[in-house]
Write a protein that binds this ligand. Structure first.
Ligand SMILES: N[C@@H](CCC(=O)N[C@@H](CS)C(=O)NCC(=O)O)C(=O)O
Length: 281
């Protein structure tokens, strides 16, 4: 059974990110349908679903929708129990953290909307946001790498919290920053962000009028180019023929893709894509 996952903007929709990580981080096959938030296309995709809900994400199979990320997580974990920690005490704690995040952290979530396009300088932390950060410090205190050893559903739910700490330069301890860094290096997280940048969609009203700096992390030098002879004839992702309008110079090589989205997600973060790496050695 292959699920279809309907999501909104990769750059701004934190619940969509959680929904997608539930598949991508556990190698569960999925067909993704992405549409800009509030667009007629998204409305069309959601209208008529068995959920009757117009929120994203939703996963659909055989005409039945599972909506709300908590329900999606539990539904997928029935077939993939390793998505939760194996130890019952750790699993109960992980479930508690996920539930608390799902129903709480309203100041952090409301004041610092997820925005994977920017890192801001000079964001002023309110008392309410600081209280949420203090609570996070308690929940993340036992993180040793990931929260429960291997990557689990608990990490999925905190992924967009980690990126908020980056985007708004929120004050956190070194231990918390190490956990944030783990998310920034996580390949599925990098792939999601790169695809968001490739969507190059700016949602009105989501950006702040503050100075910005570069997103942290090493990046392979890359840019789209109009001309050049690619070193490959087929797209590293799809195997389809390279198209003349989909060329990029990556780490000094001209590489071709089957469409501009494949090109742009590669340019955004060339190191995030295992299928691209053989062309870069
Ligand atoms: N509790 C839901 C939240 C879903 C949600 O609020 N999604 C937002 C996008 S991040 C949405 O669809 N907003 C559209 C709207 O409010 O019209 C879940 O866990 O999936």
């Amino acid at each position: 059974m292959i699920w279809t996952l309907i999501i909104g903007d990769r750059t701004y929709s934190s619940w969509s990110l959680r929904g997608w990580l539930l598949f991508a981080a556990f190698d569960i096959p999925v067909q993704v349908q992405q549409h800009p938030m509030y667009s007629p296309e998204l409305k069309g995709a959601l209208q008529g679903l068995s959920s009757g809900s117009m929120l994203v994400p939703q996963m659909v199979s055989g005409g039945h929708a599972v909506w709300d990320t908590l329900a999606m997580a539990e539904t997928l974990a029935e077939a993939h129990p390793h998505m939760w920690p194996a130890d019952p005490v750790a699993r109960a704690r992980a479930r508690s953290m996920v539930a608390e995040l799902h129903s709480g952290f309203t100041a952090l979530r409301g004041t610092c909307g997820m925005n994977l396009r920017h890192v801001y300088d000079g964001f002023e932390v309110t008392d309410a946001v600081q209280r949420d950060l203090d609570r996070l410090a308690v929940l993340w205190a036992d993180a040793d790498g990931w929260l429960f050893g291997g990557y689990s559903i608990a990490d999925v739910f905190f992924a967009p919290v980690a990126t908020r700490i980056v985007t708004y330069g929120l004050p956190v301890s070194d231990a918390m920053r190490a956990y944030v860094q783990k998310h920034l290096e996580h390949l599925p997280m990098r792939q999601w962000r790169a695809q968001g940048l490739a969507e190059s969609f700016v949602q009105p009203g989501y950006d702040l009028d503050l100075p910005t700096r570069d997103w942290p992390g090493q990046r392979i030098a890359a840019r789209a180019v109009a001309l050049g002879t690619p070193i490959n004839q087929t797209c590293p992702y799809s195997g389809k023929p390279v198209r003349a309008n989909s060329l990029a110079e990556i780490d000094g090589r001209i590489i071709g893709f089957c469409n501009t989205f494949c090109r742009d997600k590669s340019v955004a973060d060339a190191g995030a894509w295992p299928l691209l790496q053989p062309l870069l050695v």
